[in-house]
Design a protein around this ligand. Structure first.
Ligand SMILES: [Zn+2]
Length: 84
């Protein structure tokens, strides 16, 4: 089991592919706001970041998300024209 996990870690580190088309042809494409290297797939043009952090969302992030959600809901309501 541990061996399996170790291998998984290893393959994750080594195998970096486009999350969309799994191509390994990509170019560096600047950095994210968090200073992470960003890549762009040369095959499908998808932008992605290696090893996206899986840290829990911070309080700040939660607030932003709540706001976005609210805006989204309001937008949906507004874009639903009342007929009759
Ligand atoms: Zn791709």
């Amino acid at each position: 089991m541990i061996q399996y996990l170790e291998r998984l870690k290893l393959t994750k580190k080594l195998a970096m592919n486009c999350p969309k088309c799994y191509s390994s042809k990509f170019v560096k494409n600047g950095h994210t706001h968090y200073g992470k290297q960003r890549f762009r797939c040369q095959h499908c043009g998808r932008q992605f970041v290696n090893n996206p952090s899986r840290q829990p969302i911070s309080q700040f992030g939660k607030k932003i998300r709540a706001k976005l959600l609210r805006v989204n809901l309001v937008g949906q309501v507004n874009s639903f024209p009342m007929k009759k």
